[in-house]
Ligand binder design. Structure first.
Ligand code: ADP
Ligand code: MG
Length: 656
C-alpha cells in the first residue's frame, strides 16, 4: 500500500471546529440514556435555582412589606421561608446525583477512547513503530487522553448547567424589568468576541504544551530505560541528559503558565464589571422611578433582580472559562484523532482466508519479491511524499526462492545485506512492493494475518522479554502450557539447568527486557519460547549469535531437533551452525547472489566461500560437519569429532 493512501492530517488546528466537535460528540452517543438523565438533573437543579429569587420577591412585596401596607403576613412568610429552605436541599441532592452521573460518563468515554487508541496502535504495522518514538506514543495515550478527562467528565454538564442557569436567570430578569436587564447585559456580546480570540491563543498553546509533554515523555522513556541509562553512564553523558530534561521542563513551565494566564486579565475585567453592575442597577432603578417609567420597580423587584444578577455572575464567568477549556481540549482531541486516523499499511484483505494451522505443510516461497522500506512518517504531519521510483532504495531486490516443507534453508551474507528484511516478509511484517510471498502456495496477502502469525514462529535478532517471570515469558507463546511443557521446551533449548539454578527457578523475574539474564541466556529462553509455540515454520534470525561456543553447540543440538519437524529459515552469522542446511542462500545488497548446499557454494568459490574462509581459516571458530570440507586453496578441513554438535574438542585441523 502506498504511503499516500495513509490518511494524515495536519496537527489539531488544521481541522474545522465543527468537524472536530461532531467527532467528539460521537464519543458520547453510546451513552444516550446517561446523557438524558444528566440533562434532566441539570434542568431541574438550574430551574430550582431561579425559584429562590421569586420567593425573595414575594417575601418582600407580599409577606414582609405588602404593597397594600396591610402588615406582615406571618403564615405566608413561613410558607415562603419553608420553600427557600427546601429548594437548596433538593438541588443539593440532585447535584450529588448529577456529579456521579457525569463523572461516570466522563470516565467511561475516556476509557473507550484510550482502549480504541490502544487497539488501533496494536493494529498498526511495524513501520509505524520504527518511525515513531515510543515515548511519543505513550504520551498520546497518557497525556493527551488524560488531558481531555476534565472536559469529558465536567465540561459538558457544566456548560449545560450554566447555559440553563443563564437563560433562566435572563428570562426571570426580563420578567422583572426589561429596562434593568438591558443595563445588566449590555457588555456581554463584547465578552463573547474577546473570549473567542483568547480561545484561539489558548488552543495553539495547548498544542505546543502537549508536544513538549510528548518530548519529555520520550526523553524519560529513552534515558531512564536500562539501555538508556547504560549508554549515558558509559559515555558519561548523564549531565547532558539532565540538561536536556531541564530545558524541556523549563519550556513546559513556560507553556503551562502562559496557557493558564492567557485570558486572565480578560476574566478580571469581566468579573469586575459583573461585580459592579448591581450598583449601577440601583442607580438606573432610581432614575427610572424619578422619570416615572419605573412604576413596576418595587423594592422587592430590585432585591430579586440584583439577587439574580449575582447568580448570573458565576455561571457567566464559568461559561467563558469552560469554553476556553473546550478550545484547549480540541487541540488534544485533534492529536488523539490524528493517531486514530492513521491507517495501518498492512490489513487483512476483505476476503482473507484462514490458513489452517493444523494442516499447513510449511512450504515457503518468495516469487520475484521487491521491497523498500517506507519513508518514516509521523502522525499529525503532512504525509511524506511518495519516493520516486528512481530514488527508491530496495532492501530486497527480485528475490525468489522456495523452501520445501521440513527443509532447512539458511540465509548468510554480510551485515546490512537484507537478511532480516527478507525474513520479515514471510510473516508479512512488511508487504512486498512487487512480487509475492507464498505459504503453501497461498499469497500471504490473501490470508488472515492472525493465521499466518499462528503458523510461523520467529526468534528475532533482538530478544525481547517481558518484565515478568521466566514462566510467564515462556507462556507468552502458549498461555495454557503445563509446567512439564515449559520444562521440556527449556530443556530442549538447553536453558532448564540454568533456570533451576536461580533461587526462584521458573518464577525468577527476568527484569526489564530481560536484563537480569546474559545475552546467551536470553537467546536460549527465546528459543524455548518459540519451541513451546511449536510452529510449522520457524524463522531464526541470528539466534545463536550471542551464544558462546559451548552453549552454541548445545543449542545447535536443540535446534537440530526442533528444525526436523518443520520448515526452518535460519539466518546465520556463524556459518558453523548451518553447514547441514538443505539450501544456503548467500544474500548481498538485497539480492540472492548464490544458492546451493555448503559443498556446492564452496565449489563456486564466491561470496559464501569467502565468508567461510574468513571465519574458519583463522581457527577462530571450530568447524563442525560430517565430512571434511574443502578450503579455497584446496586444503581440506577435517574434524576430529565428526558428529555434529558433539561436545568436546573438535577444532579442525588443516591437512595438506
Ligand atoms: P541484515 O539483517 O542482513 O544485516 P537488514 O535486513 O537488517 O540487514 O537491513 C537491510 C537494509 O535495510 C540495510 O541497509 C538497513 O539500513 C535497511 N533497513 C533496515 N531496517 C530498516 C528500517 N526500519 N527502515 C529503513 N531502512 C531499514
Ligand atoms: Mg539482521
Amino acid at each position: 500500500m502506498a504511503a499516500s493512501d495513509r490518511r494524515s492530517t495536519t496537527a489539531g488546528g488544521g481541522r474545522s471546529d465543527s468537524g472536530l466537535g461532531g467527532r467528539v460528540w460521537t464519543l458520547f452517543t453510546p451513552y444516550r440514556a446517561s446523557l438524558v438523565l444528566i440533562v434532566v438533573a441539570v434542568l431541574l437543579s438550574s430551574g430550582l435555582g431561579i425559584v429562590t429569587p421569586f420567593l425573595t420577591q414575594a417575601v418582600f412585596d407580599r409577606a414582609l412589606f405588602p404593597l397594600d401596607h396591610s402588615g406582615v403576613h406571618l403564615s405566608l412568610l413561613a410558607w415562603l421561608v419553608g420553600g427557600m429552605v427546601a429548594v437548596p436541599v433538593v438541588s443539593a441532592l440532585i447535584g450529588v446525583f448529577q456529579t456521579y452521573e457525569t463523572t461516570l460518563l466522563g470516565n467511561r468515554v475516556m476509557a473507550d477512547l484510550r482502549s480504541r487508541l490502544f487497539e488501533h496502535l496494536q493494529r498498526m504495522d511495524l513501520s509505524f513503530f520504527t518511525a515513531t518514538r515510543t515515548g511519543a506514543i505513550q504520551s498520546r495515550l497518557a497525556n493527551d487522553v488524560g488531558g481531555v478527562q476534565s472536559v469529558l467528565s465536567e465540561t459538558a454538564s457544566s456548560i449545560l448547567g450554566n447555559v440553563v442557569t443563564v437563560v433562566a436567570a435572563l428570562v426571570a430578569m426580563i420578567i422583572l424589568s426589561w429596562q434593568l436587564t438591558i443595563v445588566a447585559v449590555a457588555l456581554v456580546p463584547l465578552f463573547v468576541v474577546l473570549q473567542i480570540r483568547v480561545g484561539r491563543v489558548r488552543r495553539r498553546l495547548a498544542g505546543r504544551t502537549q508536544e513538549s509533554l510528548s518530548d519529555m515523555t520520550a526523553i524519560t522513556e529513552e534515558s531512564l530505560s536500562v539501555s538508556g541509562v547504560l549508554l549515558a553512564k558509559v559515555f558519561n553523558r548523564q549531565s547532558y541528559e539532565i540538561q536536556r530534561y531541564r530545558e524541556e521542563n523549563a519550556r513546559q513551565v513556560d507553556l503551562q503558565v502562559r496557557q493558564a494566564m492567557t485570558g486572565q486579565s480578560f476574566f478580571a475585567v469581566v468579573q469586575t464589571f459583573l461585580g459592579i453592575t448591581p450598583a449601577l442597577v440601583y442607580l438606573v432603578a432610581g432614575i427610572l422611578i424619578v422619570l416615572g417609567s419605573g412604576a413596576a420597580v418595587t423594592a422587592g423587584t430590585i432585591v430579586a433582580f440584583t439577587t439574580l444578577q449575582t447568580r448570573l455572575l458565576f455561571p457567566t464567568v464559568n461559561l467563558l472559562r469552560v469554553s476556553l477549556d473546550v478550545q484547549t481540549s480540541l487541540a488534544l482531541f485533534g492529536r488523539i484523532f490524528d493517531y486514530l486516523d492513521l491507517t495501518p499499511r498492512i490489513v487483512d484483505a476483505p476476503d482473507a482466508r484462514v490458513l489452517d494451522v493444523s494442516t499447513v505443510a510449511g512450504r515457503v516461497e518468495l516469487d520475484r519479491a521487491w521491497f523498500s522500506y517506507p519513508a518514516g512518517e509521523v502522525a499529525g504531519q503532512a504525509p511524506v511524499a511518495e519516493v520516486a521510483e528512481a530514488d527508491r532504495v530496495y532492501a530486497v531486490k527480485d528475490v525468489s526462492f522456495t523452501v520445501a516443507p521440513g527443509q532447512l534453508a539458511a540465509i548468510v551474507g554480510p551485515s546490512g545485506g537484507g537478511k532480516t528484511t527478507l525474513s520479515y516478509l514471510v510473516p508479512r511484517l512488511y508487504d512486498v512492493d512487487r512480487g509475492r510471498v507464498l505459504i503453501d502456495g497461498h499469497d500471504v496477502k490473501e490470508l488472515t494475518q492472525a493465521s499466518v502469525a499462528d503458523a510461523i514462529g520467529m526468534v528475532t535478532q533482538d530478544t525481547f522479554l517481558l518484565h515478568s517471570t521466566i514462566a510467564d515469558n515462556l507462556r507468552y507463546a502458549k498461555p495454557d502450557a503445563t509446567r512439564e511443557e515449559l520444562e521440556a521446551a527449556a530443556r530442549a533449548a538447553n536453558i532448564h539447568d540454568r533456570i533451576v539454578s536461580f533461587a526462584e527457578g521458573y518464577d525468577t523475574v527476568v527484569g526489564e527486557r530481560g536484563y537480569r539474564l546474559s545475552g546467551g541466556e536470553k537467546q536460549r529462553l527465546a528459543i524455548a519460547r518459540v519451541l513451546l509455540k511449536d510452529p510449522r515454520i520457524l524463522i531464526l534470525d541470528e539466534a545463536t549469535s550471542a551464544l558462546d561456543t559451548t552453549s552454541e553447540r548445545l543449542v545447535q543440538q536443540a535446534l537440530e531437533n526442533a528444525t526436523k519437524r518443520r520448515t526452518t529459515i535460519a539466518i546465520a552469522h556463524r556459518l558453523s551452525t548451518i553447514l547441514g542446511a538443505d539450501v544456503i542462500l548467500a544474500v548481498e545488497n538485497g539480492q540472492v547472489v548464490e544458492r546451493g548446499t555448503h559443498a556446492e557454494l564452496l565449489a563456486l568459490d564466491g561470496l559464501y566461500a569467502r565468508l567461510y574462509t574468513e571465519q574458519f581459516a583463522g581457527g577462530k571458530v571450530e568447524a563442525r560437519c560430517k565430512d571434511g570440507v574443502r578450503f579455497r586453496d584446496g586444503a581440506t578441513l577435517v574434524s576430529r569429532n565428526a558428529a555434529v554438535g558433539n561436545a568436546g574438542e573438535d577444532a579442525g585441523e588443516k591437512v595438506a
